[in-house]
Design a protein around this ligand. Structure first.
Ligand code: PLP
Length: 356
């Protein structure tokens, strides 16, 4: 369906370097789907979406510092590549060579699911924090859901301190629910970033939020951000047709069912074969760790036996199952997966877990 639509669009031109009507169509779909989004800007990747959102929160608040969480990934822009977990984590040491200290100096970090740590950062940096960025369900440290009350606490803390709450829904958007994690948990962020699913396999990202915040962005406002290929007709077409497919009844119930079966199957196989494991899922997003858990943050996730994960991963590959190639990546199911695929995967997992 997506491919057929792409071929039709292709005949009319792949890129105009200017807004096209398909951009408005997808924008309207995103705005009507995601509770907090009143205006949206398309870009070409999740990284770009987060870069745009970062500039936006700084422009809107006139503040420079941000808080992010250890183990959360917001693309490869300098400011987000901050080493997590060390005693001086709050000093914002860069994570990658090539990232200048200055670029991450304003990036403060806290452990995920630790609202007290966030509260302390706000107290220590009064009036200086522009926003809290997070994955509302972590997928880039393995699958880590928010503890009850955590998202609410961040909503309250940001409000009390005149800061914005940014949900990075590049992974969770249209995956946990049609309206993303914010619909699933009933928490309304100020700004949202998206990517992955809204591109339907082509390079797309987006950031959006309340109209009064988004009106900061050029050409409506003074915050510069633009892109030659942003909103190009091919990417928009893939997004439009993917979202259409997701609005069919029963989509998320189906994903929830097969993903739940998969995770429970793997954990049962782990228990039978004597491995300490834990894991979980929400709708089409899941993960298992090789530790008894519970895993509430990146520190907990790092207790997982990654050597064993490596053996599991390679064993599964030999059985014809390609999992995400890191203990610290969530897995996804798709509508193309059948319950037979799930059964076969569980059988393969049991076979592999027996020998590792
Ligand atoms: C994948 C991802 C990104 C980066 O998106 P790219 O399209 O790879 O640049 C940002 N945030 C989250 C939560 C992601 O999962």
């Amino acid at each position: 369906m997506v491919n057929a639509a792409l071929i039709e669009t292709l005949k009319k031109g792949t890129s105009f370097g200017a807004p096209c009507v398909l951009e408005n169509v997808l924008a309207e779909m995103v705005i009507s789907a995601v509770p907090s989004i009143e205006m949206v800007r398309f870009v070409n990747s999740g990284t770009e979406a987060c870069m745009g959102a970062l500039r936006l929160v700084r422009a809107y608040t006139g503040r420079e510092k941000i808080i992010k969480f250890e183990g959360c990934y917001h693309g490869h822009a300098d400011s987000f590549l901050v080493k997590a977990g060390s005693g001086v984590a709050t000093l914002g040491l860069p994570d990658s060579p090539g990232v200048p200290k200055g670029a991450t100096y304003e990036t403060l970090t806290a452990p995920y699911n630790d609202a007290e740590a966030v509260k302390k950062l706000f107290e220590d940096n009064k009036g200086e924090i522009a926003a809290v960025f997070l994955e509302p369900v972590v997928g880039n440290a393995g699958f880590i859901p928010p503890q009850p009350g955590f998202l609410n606490a961040l909503r309250d803390l940001t409000k009390q301190n005149g800061a914005l709450l940014v949900f990075d829904e590049v992974m969770t958007g249209f995956r946990l629910a049609y309206g993303g994690a914010q619909e699933y948990f009933g928490i309304t962020p100020d700004v949202t970033t998206m990517g992955k699913i809204i591109g339907g396999g082509l390079p797309v990202g987006a950031y959006g939020g309340r109209r009064y915040i988004m009106e900061m962005v050029a050409p409506a406002g003074p915050m510069y951000q633009a892109g030659t290929l942003s909103g190009n007709p091919l990417a928009m077409t893939a997004g439009i047709h993917t979202l259409k497919r997701l609005t069919e009844p029963g989509t998320y119930e189906y994903l929830d069912k097969i993903t739940g079966d998969l995770v429970h199957g793997i954990l049962d196989a782990g228990a039978k074969t004597g491995h300490e494991m834990c894991g979980g899922h929400i709708r089409g997003m899941f993960g298992v760790f090789f530790t008894g858990g519970p895993v509430h943050n990146f520190g907990d996730a790092k207790k997982s036996d990654t050597e064993k994960f490596g053996r599991f991963y390679r064993g599964m590959l030999e059985e014809g199952v390609y999992l995400a190639p890191s203990q610290f990546e969530a897995g996804f199911t798709s509508l193309a997966h059948t319950s037979q695929d799930i059964e076969k995967t569980i059988e393969a997992a049991e076979k592999v877990l027996k020998r590792i």
